[in-house]
Write a protein that binds this ligand. Structure first.
Ligand code: MG
Length: 192
């Protein structure tokens, strides 16, 4: 099996939503950013946990999964949010901008059809705060058809926790190893 993708949402995962009193977790600090297409005089305030950067870097260094942004921040995830956490440039799924008033226009997460097409039959662990039961059924079906899929769903008012990444790595680590490359490895590489 090939290396799984680690799909990362931002809103409700790296940027928790405020609670009923308008408070975000004390772990998160304020940043003002200017998303693409927005005027410099009209920044967006985001709340990020500086500890999430090193935590994600630890995951990246394991090389057990390939991290990819999967967020309505699109390219701005790489250029604006990632750098605030000290992350290297990561690829992103270029999600469309549908005119929708709910994140579940068909009863499941609006991103899912695009993710499904983007993944093909690749294994994936996907961290997003907004899955429905239909998304979990989709993941189970993919897994049953040989494309191992794990959905992890943080509480959007708490955001990403270490336990989510621990579970993602445990899951990735138990996937069947990739078949040995027939000719790519230089002779003697194993002993190096
Ligand atoms: Mg979200």
């Amino acid at each position: 099996m090939r290396l799984p993708y680690l799909l990362l949402d931002i809103d409700g995962v790296l940027i928790p939503f405020p609670d009923d009193q308008g408070n975000t977790p004390a772990t998160h600090t304020r940043h003002d950013v200017v998303p693409t297409g927005r005027h410099a005089d009209d920044p967006v305030t985001v709340w990020l946990n500086a500890a999430d950067g090193p935590m994600l870097m630890d995951v990246i260094r394991t090389r057990l999964a390939t991290p990819v942004w999967c967020t309505s921040w699109r390219q701005d995830a790489t250029t604006l949010i990632g750098p605030l956490l000290g992350l290297p440039p990561l690829p992103h799924i270029d999600l469309p901008r549908p005119q929708i008033t709910t994140s579940h226009p068909n009863g499941y997460l609006w991103k899912r059809d695009h993710v499904d097409a983007w993944l093909g039959d690749a294994p994936a662990v996907w961290i997003d705060d907004d899955f429905t039961s239909l998304d979990h059924a989709w993941a189970a079906e993919r897994t049953a058809h040989g494309a191992a899929t794990l959905l992890l769903q943080p509480d959007p008012r708490v955001g990403l926790l270490a336990e989510h990444l621990v579970e993602a790595l445990e899951w990735a680590g138990q996937l069947p190893a990739a078949p040995p490359c027939e000719s790519g490895a230089p002779h003697g590489a194993e002993a190096a």
